[in-house]
Each structure stands twice: as C-alpha cells, then as structure tokens.
Design a protein around this ligand. Structure first.
Ligand SMILES: [Zn+2]
Ligand SMILES: [Zn+2]
Length: 405
C-alpha cells in the first residue's frame, strides 16, 4: 500500500476497527460505528494559535504558583497559602509521597506539557521532519493524563467551603489565576495532537506484503505494516499493549489492597487547643453532611468512595470477561471502560483538599492541620488504578471479531 493511502487510514483505539478518514466540518465528530468511540473531530482551534495560548497559559501558571490562593484569618492572626507553600508544608510534615504527587500533577506535568507543546509547534513549523519535535510530542502525550489542574481547582473550592466554617477567608490572586488556567488548558487540550503528527512526513519504508495485517501506532495513530518502530514518530509499535492483562491485574490488585488503609487510616489530623482530631475520608464526608453542605458530601462520596470502588470492580469484571473470551455486550463493556478511564483522575480531589488545608491552617498552638498516613495510601490508590486503566487494552474485548473496513 503506498504511504499516502496508509496516511488516510485511522484505527479506532478502543476496538481496532479501521476506517478511511473523511473530511468533517469544525466541531463535527466522527465516531466508530462498532464501539461508538469518537475518532476525531473537526478542529476549532488552529495550530497557528497554539503558541500564543501556550504563552498565556505559562504566564498564568507562574502567577497561580507564586501568588497566595487564599488568605485565612483566625482571631486576628492571618495566614496565606501558595501552592508551593502547601507542597513544602507536606514535605516538612513527613509526607513526601503526597507532596510529590501534588507537585507533579498540579505543577511539573502541566508545565512540561505546555513547554513541550509550545516548543514542538515552533520546531515543526521550521522543519516538519524535526526529530526533536517528535520526541517532545511523545513526552507530552505520556505526561498529559497526569496534569490535573481542573481537579485541583475543584479541590480549592471544596477547601474554601470547609475553611469558611472555621475562619474568615479572602480569595487571593492565585485563585483567579487557577480559574483562568483551567479555561486556557481546556482550550489547549481540545486541540487534537494528530494534527501536528500529520504535518510530519513519513519516513520511507518497504511496502507490506499483500496479506499483512495493518497495525496502528499507539502514539501518533499512523496505520501501517507491522514494524519494530513507527516510521512517523519513532515509538515502538505493538498490535496490542504489551502484557496488558498481567500489568492491569498487578496494578489493580495493588490499588485494591491499598484501598483498605486509604479508608481506615486518617487522611488528616487537626490539632487545636481542644485536642487532636483525626479525619478519615468517611468522617470528612459525614462532616460536610452534618455541617449543612450535603451537596459537597455527595460530591466527595462520589469521587473518593464510589469512583475508586466502581473502577476496581469494573476493571476486575473486564479482565475476567476478556480472560473468558466472552462475546456478549462488547459495546457496553467498551463504553464502561471509557467512562472509567475518564473519571479516574477526579478521585485526586480529596488529596488536593488535604494538601491545601495543611498549607493554610498553620496557626501554631491555636490550630494546625497535618496530613495523615491515609492520604498517601489514597493517592497511591488513585495513581495505581489510573495506571491499571491505562494498561488495559479494550481492543482485547473485540479480538474474536475480524476488523471491518
Ligand atoms: Zn471502535
Ligand atoms: Zn507513530
């Protein structure tokens, strides 16, 4: 097959069905007929505008991290917290895992994502064959799922409601900066990176034998004959994610085991003149319920208790049904997988709330909040189940069926 023909093929990442790409209007979506997954959508955002948006987002990210998020006053003493200050406080309190998790997801990965995207767009504009740009795009695609600014923003709002019960609060500059960053990142992330990959020329490679199966590259989406490395992005090419079932089982079991200490151990300890009080995830939910915020109690119950449990249960069911080769309900099971992969990150909410409370409530003997051992365990559950969902290959659900054209 000539390279130009292969370049218009597109493989559904969820079921492996192959399609020939058709033109779509801006905002219009092309969906897989077999599993319902959105394959691509007409771009509203032009790649030309990306560098300006990236620049704006970098400036806002800088403000969001250097200015105070909120100013807290208790009995005439005031304390303001920045994100970096909260991370330092967690580290100093002997919670390096939670500190590293918060720093990576709210600061390091979004920063890396923006810098890599800006640099890749500029490099590709000068030379579409530039290999450094391809490496940057691959790094960007690897870190993108781990940037969680929008979840952090929701965490800030929850922490503010919680603190408003105990002290006078004044929103800081960084609060507005985080809100602006969430909007800017949503616009930047809506840009389909395939547009950048497609601007790269495909290195010449020998035509595949007539009957060779076509394999999509999981990084740039190029469909071609099986080869050790993708001729467009250089990533290793596999027909299916390697050792998908074994890796998913391993991360899922580790996550399920840690789910117990995450719920039994305290995630937060509040010391005040009245003594020390420990909070588990569940007692935090009860607190919101009884203090007149049942909507927040429901939200935290949903993201901290329901989502991790649903994720562990559903992934176990998917692993068992793939193992048995069950032919029924493939479309439903694939849709369930897509929902799991989408909602998993929101479970980080409680970890962010704890981080902010630790950074904010530091009034010496009057009141202080420390993170408990449950916070690290809970953060690990979220990370492990996210890796498990990432390593599961939903195409295994469809492998008993031949791909259609
Ligand atoms: Zn599909
Ligand atoms: Zn590729």
């Amino acid at each position: 097959m000539p390279a130009s023909d292969a370049a218009d093929l597109i493989a559904c990442p969820d079921c492996g069905a192959l399609y020939r790409r058709a033109a779509v209007a801006p905002g219009e979506k092309a969906r897989c007929r077999r599993c319902g997954r959105m394959l691509y959508r007409g771009a509203r955002l032009n790649a030309e505008r990306l560098p300006a948006l990236v620049c704006a987002a970098l400036i806002v990210l800088l403000i969001a991290n250097s200015a105070p998020i909120v100013d807290l006053r208790v009995q005439g003493i005031s304390n303001s917290a920045t994100l970096a200050g909260s991370i330092r406080a967690l580290w100093a309190d002997g919670r390096p895992l939670v500190a590293a998790l918060v720093a990576a997801t709210t600061l390091a990965f979004p920063l890396l994502d923006l810098c890599a995207l800006g640099a890749a767009v500029l490099l590709l504009r000068r030379d579409p064959a530039c290999n450094a740009a391809a490496r940057l795009l691959r790094v960007l695609q690897a870190v993108r799922p781990w940037g969680m600014v929008e979840v952090f923003m929701l965490g800030v709002l929850v922490a503010l409601v919680k603190l408003s019960h105990m002290a006078e609060i004044r929103p800081g500059v960084a609060l507005w900066a985080f809100a602006a960053l969430t909007v800017l990142l949503a616009a930047i992330l809506s840009y389909d990176l395939r547009g950048l990959w497609e601007s790269r020329p495909v290195a010449p490679h020998p035509p595949p034998p007539e009957a060779a199966p076509l394999v999509p590259c999981h990084v740039c989406g190029l469909v071609g004959a099986p080869a050790p490395h993708c001729p467009r992005c250089g990533a290793p090419v596999h027909a299916r994610k390697p050792a998908s079932l074994a890796r998913t089982w391993a991360f899922l079991l580790a996550g399920a085991i840690l789910y117990i200490p995450a719920n039994v151990l305290p995630i937060m300890r509040t010391s005040s003149l009245g003594g020390v009080e420990s909070d588990t995830i569940m007692s935090g939910i009860v607190y919101f319920w009884t203090s007149g915020s049942p909507d927040l109690a429901a939200l935290i119950f949903f993201v901290s208790i329901f989502i991790p449990l649903a994720k562990i249960g559903s992934l176990t069911m998917l692993l068992f049904t793939v193992g048995r080769g069950s032919p029924r309900g493939k479309r439903r099971r694939t849709a369930l997988y897509r929902i799991l992969a989408f909602v998993g990150r929101w479970s980080m909410l409680d970890v962010f709330v704890v981080a902010l409370m630790v950074g904010l409530v530091r009034f010496g003997a009057l009141a202080a909040i420390d993170a408990g051992p449950g916070a690290a365990a809970f953060g690990a559950v979220v990370v492990l189940t996210m890796i498990a969902a990432h390593d599961f290959d939903p195409r295994l659900l469809w492998d008993s069926e031949a791909p259609h054209d």
